[in-house]
Structure formats: structure tokens, C-alpha cells
Design a protein around this ligand. Structure first.
Ligand SMILES: *Cc1c(COP(=O)(O)O)cnc(C)c1O
Length: 350
């Protein structure tokens, strides 16, 4: 089975497991886990911030930062297909009491004009707009890279209006590898940044938030409040350290694989895809001229040996990652071509 559903499906390698098994640990709620402390110091340095906080998931990383930057009744500006609105279970409204203002972007990328227009005047009738949250790379945009000048302009608009800024950098290192711009150069524009260790970097668990010392201290308390205080979690942090040391540069292979798959799919008459729009390890493609449902197509692909996700009607997502080889991409291309051109005409066969 060639699993292209997500870059979260990776298995920890033997060497990563070794690093986990031999990690020195302590009680991290007391701040006494040397491996967690090492990971946090490493992450802070890599992103050019004063301090860092290891958290159990990317969702918790985003939600702790939303809580930190807002008060109940505030409004947060996000792009309309952001992870924060689509895939975090409504947690911003339930855990922080904020409402999300969805601004339409282009492949997930917001324009400074659109954001400026969405910021509400200070008026007792209206919710205060207190936070701008961006996503790098943009998942539902198709792994799109936020250009640095756009980030600069957007965060400047936010600051001019007294708003805080957060980057959901779940796949920040994919952007770093693709552009050659350092993580610190992206991070310097934001008050808080979170990134995932458990996506393309290949660790089994965890995300890291970076910020200044004062905000990280507040986030540490909020993490406890949200139930995310962990004990001898250096076992997990060791996997994160291993991932940062070994798995960043190789993300470029994932990008090459996604591009190659995009070119293979572009040859299929019923598939709509623009290989030039594939920036990183995520590719979106659209199926035309079909009477079968999206789920029937997903099942047909699964039966033929390829796992995909759908992100909308007839829009499919394939994600490359460190357990996908160049050979698997060629094979997946063949399989998908066959399914989409000749696939069983009777849906019940799916
Ligand atoms: C995966 C992801 C997250 C975090 O998800 P978790 O499953 O909680 O780790 C956050 N933002 C984006 C854009 C993501 O793709």
C-alpha cells in the first residue's frame, strides 16, 4: 500500500527509536527533563527566538497561542481554509471563546488589503480583532509557500492595528528547504510560531512553540491548564531532536516526489492539476467528467493500492513523506493513471 494520505503516517526509523530508548529523562512538569530542555533550546535557537515549549500536538500549539493572544469575545483573522478553522474541532471558540473571521485567500495566501479590510473598527458593537494567524506552508492551499514579503506586509498591518501575530508553521521546514530562507527569517515576523515534529520531520509525536521568554512562561502555565503537561516525555523529545538533526534537508526529496507525481497525473485526461503550483510535499488535483462520488474514487484508489485523502468534492490530496520512495511515486503514478482512466465503471466494484 502506498500511503499518500498525509505526512503524519511516517514510522519512526530504527535510529530514531534508538535515540528515544537511550534518552535521559526527568519530570518535565518540574522542568527537569534534560532531553526536553535540549529540544526546546535547539528549537529556540533554530528559529531565532528566546525560548520554546514542547507540546503534544500541533492543534495544542495553535490553541495555546490563540488563548495567549486573545480574550473571550475577541476575533481572530484566519484564511478561510486554514487548519485552525477546518481541522481543530472548533477549539478556538470552545477553549478560548473567540470567533474566527475567515478571509478568502489565493491558494491559502492572504493579501494585506483583504486583511486590512477585515480588521474591525474599535466600536463597542464589534468584536476587537486582536490576532492574525497565518499558516506556512498552507495545507489546504496545496502546500503553498507564503512569500516572505507577503508575511512582512501582513504582520506589519497586524502590528499597526495592535494585533498579535501567530504562525501555524506545521510545515515551516518544508518552506525553509524549498526557498532557502531560514526558519529564523520567517519566525522574526511573528510573536509566536509553532511547528510540527510529527509531519515530514518524521517524529511520532509533538510540536514546538517558540517565542520570547515571557510568553513561553505564560504558555507553559496554559499548557498545564489544557492538560498538556507531560512527565518523562524526553523519550518523545529525543525523537524530535533526531528529526531536527537528520530529517530537515531530506524534505527536498519529498518535494521532488510531489512534483514528479504532479507531472505523472497531469497526463491523465480527467485530472486537473498544475504542476507549477506544487511548491512542497502536498499536491491537490481535481477530477472532472465523473459520475462516481469522491468517496468511491478514494475506495477505488485504495483497492488499487494507493491511499489518498479528499479535501473537497472531487478534489484530492496526496502528500509525500519520508516513507515514500521514488519507485513508489512511479508506481503510484501508474496506478492512479489506470484508476482514473479505466477505473471500474460500476461504482459497486469500488
Ligand atoms: C497537521 C497540522 C496541524 C497540527 O495537527 P496535529 O495533528 O494536532 O499535530 C496544524 N496545522 C496544520 C497546517 C497542519 O497541517
Amino acid at each position: 500500500m502506498i500511503d499518500l494520505r498525509s505526512d503524519t503516517v511516517t514510522q519512526p526509523s530504527p535510529a530514531m527509536r534508538e535515540a528515544m530508548a537511550s534518552a535521559p529523562v526527568g519530570d518535565d512538569v518540574y522542568g527537569e527533563d534534560p532531553t526536553v530542555n535540549r529540544l526546546e533550546a535547539m528549537a529556540a535557537q533554530l528559529l531565532g527566538k528566546e525560548a520554546a515549549l514542547f507540546v503534544p500536538s500541533g492543534v495544542m500549539g495553535n490553541q495555546l497561542c490563540i488563548r495567549l493572544h486573545t480574550r473571550p469575545g475577541d476575533e481572530v483573522i484566519v484564511e478561510s481554509t486554514a487548519h485552525v478553522i477546518r481541522y481543530e474541532g472548533g477549539s478556538a471558540s470552545s477553549l478560548s471563546g473567540v470567533q474566527l473571521c475567515c478571509v478568502l485567500g489565493t491558494r491559502g495566501i492572504l493579501s494585506p488589503e483583504a486583511v486590512k479590510a477585515a480588521i474591525r473598527p474599535r466600536d463597542i458593537h464589534q468584536p476587537p480583532t486582536t490576532l492574525l494567524c497565518l499558516e506556512q506552508t498552507h495545507n489546504c492551499g496545496g502546500g503553498t509557500i507564503y512569500p516572505l514579503p507577503t508575511i512582512q506586509a501582513l504582520t506589519e498591518v497586524a502590528r499597526e492595528h495592535g494585533m498579535a501575530t501567530h504562525l501555524d508553521g506545521a510545515r515551516l521546514f518544508n518552506a525553509v528547504v524549498a526557498t532557502g530562507i531560514s526558519a529564523a527569517d520567517y519566525a522574526r515576523h511573528f510573536d509566536t510560531v509553532s511547528f510540527c515534529l510529527s509531519k515530514g520531520l518524521g517524529a511520532p509525536v509533538g510540536s514546538v512553540i517558540v517565542s520570547d521568554r515571557e510568553r513561553i512562561a505564560k504558555l507553559r502555565r496554559l499548557r498545564k491548564m489544557f492538560g498538556g503537561g507531560m512527565r518523562q516525555v524526553g523519550i518523545m523529545a529525543a525523537a524530535g531532536i533526531y528529526a531536527l538533526e537528520h530529517n530537515i534537508d531530506r524534505l527536498r526529496e519529498d518535494h521532488e516526489h510531489a512534483k514528479r507525481l504532479a507531472h505523472l497525473l497531469a497526463d491523465v485526461p480527467t485530472v486537473r492539476i498544475d504542476p507549477d503550483a506544487v511548491h512542497t510535499n502536498i499536491l491537490l488535483f481535481h477530477l472532472t467528467n465523473t459520475s462516481r462520488s469522491t468517496n468511491e474514487w478514494i475506495a477505488a484508489c485504495r483497492n488499487a493500492g494507493v491511499l489518498l485523502n479528499a479535501v473537497g468534492d472531487y478534489t484530492f490530496r496526496a502528500v509525500t513523506h519520508l516513507d515514500i520512495t521514488a519507485d513508489m511515486i512511479e508506481k503510484a503514478g501508474q496506478i492512479l493513471k489506470q484508476v482514473f482512466t479505466s477505473g471500474p465503471s460500476n461504482p459497486s466494484q469500488a
